[in-house]
Design a protein around this ligand. Structure first.
Ligand SMILES: NC(=O)c1ccc[n+]([C@@H]2O[C@H](COP(=O)([O-])OP(=O)(O)OC[C@H]3O[C@@H](n4cnc5c(N)ncnc54)[C@H](OP(=O)(O)O)[C@@H]3O)[C@@H](O)[C@H]2O)c1
Length: 294
């Protein structure tokens, strides 16, 4: 029997996963903040409408489900907590589709004991002003190896959202975190990937990434000395106008995921006694850009 599934946070990532499930007949319950009749996903050779309506009242969540995909931004977890309370039973798995490395500790307080499973999200998607979502790549998730992952693998089997399991999930998640952390520099310049062509920005990025790498290794990630160069070379190879979601949030004056993408590095660094002088400069600037005051 197919598992019962809910998607909480039907934005760019949530809509993509909901559409992939609907396409194979496993239409999830959709729980959001903005009322909509349906979700719409479009992209190269794909156009899927997921029937709604989007539920916006947790009191009408409809009871516990087997699997929740939580796809709100990390800044929105607390506000989405009533959905988790309504949808989680003892056997529910909550798969968190968010950037960062702290999903279990930040989401578990709201799941009444239900298991929390982080996932690394590999595809770019953008919510459009009309609420539809533009998919810009092949949907793909990486999950940790473990029993809870099987619920997600079964739910997404045969869908356009491919899944793989990483034996060393910690390393995969920190590798992605390093990439997200350095992308945060775009918020401070208001520039896109083209800025990494500058020698001074490339040098700053490498120094910052080496600092992040030291913390990642202390957290158990197995990542080589070549990783900072690979990440900077990656940004240099992108089209100059390629942005990042944290820059898009800044431009739209929305709260930034600075704490989960950048603040985590000095926080975990302190726990290990690792100095993080570059983070100590960058993180307050990102926090202030996000949260003010002023
Ligand atoms: N987009 C990407 O390409 C991408 C790639 C990799 C990783 N990620 C990560 O994936 C996560 C989700 O990002 P996203 O881009 O999908 O964000 P998003 O487009 O802003 O989607 C968030 C959704 O959550 C909804 N929401 C907000 N508060 C809520 C609440 N209290 N209850 C229920 N729903 C609520 C929002 O509703 P409204 O419509 O009312 O705002 C929106 O539909 C982030 O951690 C992001 O860093 C994103």
């Amino acid at each position: 029997m197919d598992p019962s599934i809910a998607v909480v946070g039907p934005g760019a990532i949530g809509t993509t996963v909901a559409a992939a499930l609907h396409e194979v007949g496993r239409t999830p319950r959709i729980c959001g903040r903005t009322a909509r009749e349906r979700l719409e996903l479009h992209g190269e050779a794909v156009r899927i409408a997921v029937p709604g309506p989007v539920r916006i009242d947790p009191a009408r969540a409809g009871g516990a489900v087997d699997l929740v995909f939580l796809a709100v931004k990390s800044t929105q977890v607390e506000a989405a907590a009533p959905w988790l309370a309504a949808l989680c039973g003892a056997d529910t798995v909550v798969c968190v589709l968010q950037n960062g490395v702290e999903q279990e500790s930040t989401v578990s307080p709201y799941t009444s004991g239900a298991r929390v499973l982080p996932a690394v999200v590999w595809f770019p998607a953008e919510a459009q002003p009309d609420g539809s979502v533009r998919l810009r790549g092949e949907p793909r998730l990486t999950l940790p190896d473990g029993t809870a992952s099987h619920v997600v693998l079964d739910a997404l089997r045969g869908t356009r959202c491919s899944t793989d399991v990483a034996a060393d999930f910690t390393s995969v998640a920190w590798r992605k975190l390093l990439q997200n952390a350095v992308a945060g520099l775009m918020v401070l310049t208001g520039r896109r990937s083209g800025m990494f062509a500058r020698t001074d920005i490339a040098e700053l990025s490498l120094a910052y990434l080496r600092e992040c790498l030291a913390v990642a290794r202390a957290e158990g990630a197995v990542l080589g000395d070549e990783v900072p160069h690979e990440i900077v070379d990656g940004f240099r190879s992108y089209p100059a106008d390629m942005g990042t979601s944290i820059l898009a949030d800044r431009v739209a004056d929305r709260p930034l995921e600075w704490n989960t993408r950048n603040g985590v590095v000095p926080r975990r660094g302190r726990a290990h006694g690792i100095p993080t002088p570059i983070s100590d400069l960058l993180v307050p600037l990102l926090a202030a850009a996000s949260d003010g005051p002023g």
